[in-house]
Design a protein around this ligand. Structure first.
Ligand code: TXE
Length: 497
């Protein structure tokens, strides 16, 4: 029997004893068996979170005390970094070294929010009256459901858990059912660090089952979710019933614009990384290449040459440069996406199918793929594949590049390459996406806000704003010299003013 649910400060089995196996995307071996929560377990977790919040056991801590807790969690994560990275790499199939980079980012996230929380948060407002003190204070928002995806499992959870703890919220974490192990490890650390009972709870299982009460329950005040657009729409609909606060990160279809005057060697190399890193399973992947017509052949030929050389392999393959897709279902989706793109008129230049290498036969490996001659009306240009598939479109003018870059329902990120800094700044300003890289693609820092315009989501994670998502803002007006308001007449007192 496995006991990997953490509810009200206790490690538990599912109430019906249910469990499920986690399979490696690299070779399908079972890498773990974890509890699969029932509806009863989820309701218990919500009740525990609500009770702990309402009891004041954590909200009574100062921001500085909670920040110290979060700093301690960062220290413990540092101690266990390789252990956690191994679990992450087992679940996702990504190379161990990439998982190690991810855990370093997780630790940086906890450190960022620990530093942010230690800053003074109160502000006074000059209301123009000598006898009035006006204060703006930040208070923990309440109970939060924190639902994460499978591509960067612990990092996406950390972006939610760290600010929730600093803010003083109680919460229920639900990682993807495909990648639960690192969340279990984090919860053990949160417990060890001395987090009060009931504040942090962990539920495991498929979103369609255990996610539903997490988004419907009226005792939950906020849902913070990273995942697909369709699930985001389901969550938004459910949240409407009790007007829950929402923080949503729903992916993107991110334009990567290369002008003819760019440093092409750097631009091409970054274009390859932007599209094929982690086999395209990155919400900010630069999978939509927009290239100035005059350099199309040179850029695309080189990208195709490079894409064909990318070495695929599993967690411990030291020669590998990227890994498998997360699941058989996802492999099917990406395959269909490419087939539809070709049927729509795109030209397949490289890849386009599952790897046929013998060492990949049990894994979900898809070859890095480039689709040329794409136009903005094609599904393959508009839909997120979340696989290693780059689509290529051409443009002739700056205005056209901007128009194409904005011709998407998404708005998460984009890149622009040009040696003309004024042009690059104009384009960066005109693109309606939450992060724009100029002469670069991909880097982020926990100190800078992250999130989407349009259907890429609501709200921001990281930065200062990422903490704000977990806080309510209260204005306290204190009259230090009370007097009658005098608005309505009071015959006993004479006429009003
Ligand atoms: O995501 P889901 P999927 C995109 C990407 C991908 C597509 C679908 O395009 O191909 O989404 O991926 C939980 N109530 N991104 O199906 O289902 C689920 O258990 C509550 C972009 O894997 O959205 C998991 O924990 N929760 C992305 C989480 O939602 C529910 C990262 C995400 O899974 C639920 C991943 C429900 N009804 C995929 N249904 C990004 N933004 O980075 C599912 N879940």
């Amino acid at each position: 029997m496995v006991a990997t649910l953490f509810i009200d400060g206790t490690w538990r089995q599912a109430s019906d004893g249910g469990a499920h196996d986690v399979h490696s995307p690299h070779d399908q071996r079972v890498v773990a068996t974890v509890s699969q929560a029932t509806n009863t377990d989820v309701l218990d977790a919500v009740a525990a979170a609500r009770a702990s919040f309402d009891s004041g056991v954590f909200t009574s801590w100062t921001f500085k005390e909670r920040s110290a807790l979060v700093a301690k969690i960062a220290d413990l994560l540092e101690r266990d970094a390789d252990l956690v990275a191994r679990k992450e790499s087992d679940d996702t199939g990504k190379r161990f070294i990439e998982a190690q980079y991810d855990i370093a980012d997780v630790i940086a996230t906890f450190r960022h929010f620990a530093n942010l929380g230690a800053k003074e948060r109160e502000r006074s407002v000059d209301v123009g009256l000598a006898h009035v003190t006006s204060r703006i204070v930040h208070e923990p928002l309440g109970v939060a459901s924190l639902i994460g995806p499978w591509n960067y499992p612990l990092l996406q959870i950390a972006w939610k858990v760290a600010p929730a703890l600093v803010a003083g919220c109680s919460f229920i974490v639900k990682p993807s059912e495909l990648t639960p192990q690192s969340a279990v490890a984090l919860m053990k650390i949160i417990e060890e660090a001395g987090t009060p009972k009931g504040v942090a709870n962990l539920i495991l299982g498929p979103g369609s089952v255990v996610g539903t009460p997490l988004i419907n329950d009226p005792r939950v005040d906020l849902v913070s979710f990273t995942g697909g657009l369709t699930t985001g729409q389901t969550i938004m609909t459910a949240a409407a019933k009790t007007i829950k606060k929402l923080a949503l990160e729903l992916g993107g279809k991110n334009p990567h614009i290369i002008f003819a005057d760019a440093d092409l060697d750097a631009a091409i190399d970054n274009a390859v990384t932007a599209a094929f890193l982690h086999s395209g399973q990155v919400c900010s992947a630069g999978t939509r290449l927009l290239v100035e017509r005059s350099i199309h052949d040179r850029v695309v030929n080189e990208i195709v040459r490079r894409a064909g050389q990318i070495r695929l392999g599993g967690p411990d393959d030291v020669m590998a440069e990227t890994g498998p897709l997360i699941s058989a279902a996802h492999l099917r989706n990406v395959t269909e996406y490419v087939e539809k793109g070709i049927a729509e008129g795109a030209t397949l230049l490289v890849g386009g199918k599952r790897s046929e290498a013998l060492e990949h036969e049990n894994g979900w490996y898809f070859l890095p793929t480039v689709l040329d001659n794409c136009v903005t009306t094609m599904n393959c240009v508009q839909e997120e594949s979340f696989g290693p598939v780059m689509t290529v479109e051409v443009f002739d003018t700056e205005a056209q590049a901007i128009a194409l870059g904005n011709d998407t329902v998404f708005g998460l990120s984009g890149g622009v390459w040009s040696s003309d800094s004024e042009k690059a700044a104009r384009v960066a300003g005109a693109l309606r996406h939450g992060t724009i890289w100029v002469n670069d693609f991909g880097p982020y820092r926990p100190q800078a806000e992250w999130g989407g315009y349009k259907q890429s989501g609501i709200g921001r994670e990281l930065g200062e704003h990422g903490l704000g998502e977990y806080l309510e803002i209260k204005h306290i007006w204190t009259n230090n010299s009370p007097s009658r308001s005098g608005w309505f007449s009071d015959p006993a007192q004479g006429e009003s003013q």
